[in-house]
Design a binder for this molecule. Structure first.
Ligand code: PHE
Length: 444
């Protein structure tokens, strides 16, 4: 029943008993990742923040096609043939030798081979997984790495100087690092590494990623604490032992955020086998990988991972920097949040139920001043939370009478049910009556 070939992004591949990519995934494959490069998209804001934090020494790289060999995705990284992640229950296979990358680490070998020594690569990654608010078969990762020549590890050399510089910045921050991982729990140094050099690589890794955690979460954490009147609780970060076949020692980093430990990344000292494969056996260094969606969901309070895929302007508009003249039912003018820094953006949930637009067009009275906030207040007072927004759509002055006419569009929409026509008609007619009574306007 299965066709003998499958065409992906213009290339034909033979199929076999491993082939398991459904059309729903095939139709969404692109030659390069899109969401983290879409302007005003929260994943792009977060990628920008990460690139800014890690700094200009690290080359930003946009990955290409998600179709990779199983050699790059698994074998070159020491992921054994019987590793559960390789099973077709967990991975999308084009065929036995080719899959959709399951992590950005699939590009470590190529990127090192291309002589990049410090880099940050962003890609869409694919995993067969459970369905819930925080899992989606397509998500995005950023992989970062830094490798150095042995001479850079000399006492007082480049690596040590950079560590001291980064640690100095961290020492001045309101920041608490829990770092009690035993070396053996984390997998130990690789036997062929000079332990002094490996220790310095770990120190460089920790200083870099502690700085990243502070840049991503520090301001948000301080702002939340201040809102609660909690003063200056430090941002807490902890390092816990981990296991990855392609790093040793290996660590996961967690941040204490809004009452929970949040795992933000996996990291470690790159296995020498990987660097040998990449043709840079004389280098030693570290790598990390993080998932963009989970971090963006917490940082920006995005409740459902599917929202990243919506084209709804009610979602994307909230991550745009340009203010609009809408008034939101949630209270307050929208522009104040939009003008704030991306880091402190908080998503305001909107309704899944259909909108119902009703316009009100009217002549202003000539004898008294009109302020649109009075109109908004009347609408809110009568309609309450069943109004989503009110937008001015027309404004003109009659050339003869000099009378001014305005038109506002009211969007009636509930957060939790579909509104009946009759109910909206009643609300709208009450609003019109109140506007006439209280603002002395003349409905057109
Ligand atoms: N690739 C790992 C994952 O997806 C993360 C990782 C990257 C760990 C680099 C160590 C080094 O979970």
């Amino acid at each position: 029943h299965l066709p003998t070939t499958i065409t992906i992004l213009g290339k034909e591949y033979p199929t076999d008993d491993y082939t398991n990519i459904p059309d729903s995934i095939l139709s969404r494959l692109a030659p390069s990742p899109t969401l983290p490069y879409t302007s005003n998209h929260p994943l792009a804001l977060l990628r920008d923040q990460i690139e800014a934090s890690i700094g200009p020494n690290y080359t930003p790289i946009q990955a290409t096609s998600p179709v990779v060999s199983t050699e790059l995705n698994f074998d070159d990284l020491g992921i054994a043939a019987d590793h559960p992640g390789r099973s077709p229950t967990d991975t999308y296979y084009v065929n036995r030798d080719t899959c959709l990358r399951t992590h950005t680490s699939a590009h470590e070998v190529q990127t090192f081979r291309n002589k990049h020594e410090r880099w940050l690569l962003t890609a869409d990654v694919y995993r067969r997984d459970e369905i819930d608010a925080s899992h989606y078969p397509i998500f995005h990762q950023v992989e970062g790495a830094a490798i150095f020549a042995h001479e850079d590890y000399a006492p007082g050399g480049k690596v040590e100087r950079e560590c001291i510089e980064m640690e100095r910045k961290l020492a001045g921050a309101n920041f608490e690092i829990e770092d009690v991982v035993g070396l053996s729990e984390a997998g130990g140094y690789q036997s062929h590494h000079d332990p002094r050099e490996a220790a310095l690589a770990v120190r460089h890794l920790k200083a870099t990623l502690n700085g990243l955690a502070l840049d991503l979460f520090g301001e948000r954490h301080a702002f939340d604490a201040a809102q609660k009147g909690g003063g200056s609780e430090p941002l807490r970060v902890r390092w816990i032992p981990a296991f990855f076949p392609f790093t040793s020692p290996s660590y996961e980093v967690e941040v204490w955020f809004r009452g929970k430990w949040l795992e933000i990344l996996g990291s470690g000292v790159v296995q020498q086998k990987t660097l040998d494969k990449a043709g840079v056996p004389d280098r030693l260094g570290w790598a990390f990988g993080l998932g963009l969606e989970r971090i963006a969901m917490v940082l920006y309070s995005i409740p459902d991972i599917r929202l990243f895929w919506t084209k709804d302007p009610r979602f994307l508009g909230q991550f745009a920097s340009a203010p609009t003249n809408q008034v939101s039912a949630a209270g307050g003018k929208a522009p104040s949040t939009k003008a704030s820094k991306p880091k402190l953006l908080t998503f305001k949930p909107y309704s899944k139920y259909p909108p119902c637009y009703k316009d009100v067009s009217f002549w202003l009275p000539q004898e008294r001043k009109f302020h649109e906030n009075d109109l908004f207040e009347i609408v809110r007072d009568r309609v309450g939370d069943l109004v989503e927004d009110v937008v001015k759509i027309d404004d003109f002055v009659h050339p003869k009478t000099k009378k001014q006419s305005l038109c506002y569009r009211i969007n009636y929409r509930s957060m939790d049910r579909s509104l009946e026509n009759e109910e909206v008609n009643q609300l709208h007619s009450d609003v019109l009556n109140r506007l006439v009574d209280q603002l002395a306007i003349e409905i057109r």
